[in-house]
Design a protein around this ligand. Structure first.
Ligand code: AMP
Length: 537
């Protein structure tokens, strides 16, 4: 039996634009709450939100924004992010998500590469002075939130008929969103996504979580990423559920307070967010929680189990995917066994196909064998914005997206992510999947979080190194103590040679660990520059 799986579905794909889908929800659930911004106390019903979305949409039309124009949004989470998302969708402008952690030169790159027509930007957040950075790159077509320029934009309104005409001229296969993604390495590439891509992905995530208009979804994950704007916003609005914004960026305390006070039924996060929340969970009433999603990087089994038992998230799901696939390709189902819901990334999504291929031969591997996961279906992006060569490297002639993730598939189609192709450690000819060692070390009572990398080694090519964050109050572990813990339980070649105790890992804003940066730091720390040079040569 080969590692190929596709999912039949009783529910058909949605064949409509995001604007049409949103307006159908407004018709059905106009009086129900749609959006709550906890830090300011602002709230909107669907009817109210639709009216404000239209105000922004008609303002953009009055400003001359044409179908297909790129409109950037550079802001941490706040209600205007959502307004701009749905307003640009209604007028067929392509929303360019700009990472709130970007600095001037990264902004400059995406502004130029996308050919940005207009940027809507926050003024400041934490240490970021967005206005100073926009001015530094000399970009002029910019509107700032909390600023007279935003009021001025909204003051000019195109007639309602023009909005209706524009909406009627759109097709659901049009590009509607560019998300710059570099995974954890390399220059950002603009994954270009259509209405059809992201509306359906959000919709089916919501379907599998059994969302209805009674659900209230707490989103501490960033809107600029699919996790927030697709699995969160589109997942909720396609079902009439309510989006709750706990804070502009992740704060564990504010998140749990929002769940409690807003009686949320669903909570999203990357693993590191849930780890931070677990330390505080006992102080809050989380009894309204039912479901939620952990995703974005490998979800440790122990953390999943604690989220079920200590945060009351009985139906929590794991999603696996990437920006280029809208993002979700596989997901656990609410009626999967606890084992499968914690130890796998579930099965292929409805209407999607996945296969696992040998990285060299490209042949589909037998079930149980590791290889590169590929995805095909409605969810595969249109391509990288104006980079046909990079698109062709990622999407083959048969329309399979090659993810760069290593995975296995069991006899029932459940998928396990064992690592990134680039992160696989090869020690003395043995392939080592860091994930396996990480899972094992998570079972140590003093370890709160752990990441395993390969570092250069003269003799074996690579050696295993573990970076460990200790649980509060625990003594830092020595390399000897870690090796003792592993002895007899892990094959000798998988036992970490080096151990490094830290307070945090180098991370992207979406909670992805920067293993490349960890390796660079480790080379310095361990004085392995010479071995590194030889290995690269
Ligand atoms: P992004 O495009 O930023 O969403 O990053 C996608 C990458 O995140 C994938 O290619 C995987 O390497 C990783 N990833 C996402 N979800 C999971 C998951 N549930 N388990 C393991 N890795 C994941």
């Amino acid at each position: 039996m080969l590692s190929y799986s596709s999912a039949t579905a009783d529910t058909p794909l949605l064949g409509e634009t995001i604007g049409e889908n949103f307006e159908r929800t407004v018709e059905r659930f106009g009086d129900r709450e749609a959006l709550v911004e906890v830090p300011t106390g602002r709230r909107w019903t669907y009817a109210e939100l639709d009216a404000e979305v239209d105000t922004v949409a008609r303002a953009l039309l009055a400003r001359g924004v044409a179908k297909g124009d790129r409109v950037g949004i550079w802001s941490p989470n706040r209600a205007e992010w959502v307004l701009v998302q749905y307003a640009t969708a209604k007028i067929g402008a392509i929303l360019v998500n700009v990472n709130p952690a970007y600095r001037g030169h990264e902004l400059d790159y995406v502004v130029r590469q996308s050919g940005m027509r207009l940027l809507i930007s926050a003024l400041t957040h934490k240490t970021s002075d967005y206005r100073a950075m926009v001015e530094q790159i000399g970009f002029r077509d910019v509107v700032y939130l909390d600023d007279p320029s935003w009021e001025a934009l909204l003051a000019e309104q195109a007639p309602e008929e023009r909005l209706r005409e524009r909406m009627a001229s759109l097709s659901f296969d049009d590009p509607i969103n560019i998300q710059y993604t570099s995974g954890t390495t390399g220059f950002p590439k603009g994954a270009t996504l259509s209405h059809h891509n992201i509306l359906n992905n959000g919709f089916f995530v919501g379907e599998l979580l059994h969302y209805t208009e009674r659900d209230r979804v707490c989103l501490p994950v960033p809107f600029y990423h699919c996790f927030g704007m697709v699995m969160g916003n589109l997942g909720a609005t396609s079902h009439g559920a309510c989006v709750v914004i706990p804070a502009p960026s992740f704060e564990p305390e504010a998140t749990l307070r929002a769940v409690q006070d807003e009686r949320c039924t669903s909570l999203y996060g990357v693993p590191t967010m849930f780890i931070a929340e677990l330390a505080l969970a006992a102080k809050f009433d989380l009894s309204t929680l039912r479901t939620g999603i952990m995703a974005g990087s490998p979800c440790p089994v122990e953390v999943m189990k604690r989220v079920v038992s200590e945060m009351n998230m009985r139906e929590v799901a794991i999603c696996y995917g990437m920006t280029e696939t809208s993002p979700v390709s596989t997901m656990t189902r609410h009626d999967d066994s606890l084992t499968r819901r914690t130890e796998t990334v579930g099965r292929v999504m409805p209407h999607v196909e996945v296969k696992i291929v040998h990285p060299e031969t490209g042949l589909v591997v037998p079930r149980g064998e590791a290889g590169e996961l590929c995805t095909r279906g409605y969810s595969v992006m249109l391509g990288y914005w104006e980079e046909p060569d990079k698109t062709a490297e990622a999407i083959d002639a048969a329309r399979w997206m090659h993810t760069g993730d290593l995975a296995t598939m069991d006899a029932d189609g459940y998928v396990n992510i064992v690592g990134r192709i680039k992160d696989m450690v090869i020690r003395g000819g043995e392939n080592i999947y860091p994930r396996e060692i990480e899972e094992f070390l998570y079972t140590h009572p003093d370890i709160a979080d752990v990441q395993v990398i390969g570092v250069p080694d003269e003799r074996f090519g690579e050696e295993v190194m573990a970076w460990i964050i200790m649980r509060e109050g625990a003594e830092p572990l020595t390399a000897e103590a870690v090796r003792e813990f592993c002895a007899g339980r892990l094959a000798h070649y998988k036992i970490p040679r080096y151990v490094h105790v830290v307070d945090s890992f180098p991370m992207t804003v979406t909670g992805k660990i920067r293993k490349v940066e960890m390796r660079e730091q480790a080379v310095e720390l361990l004085g392995l520059q010479e071995a590194a040079r030889r290995r690269n040569a």
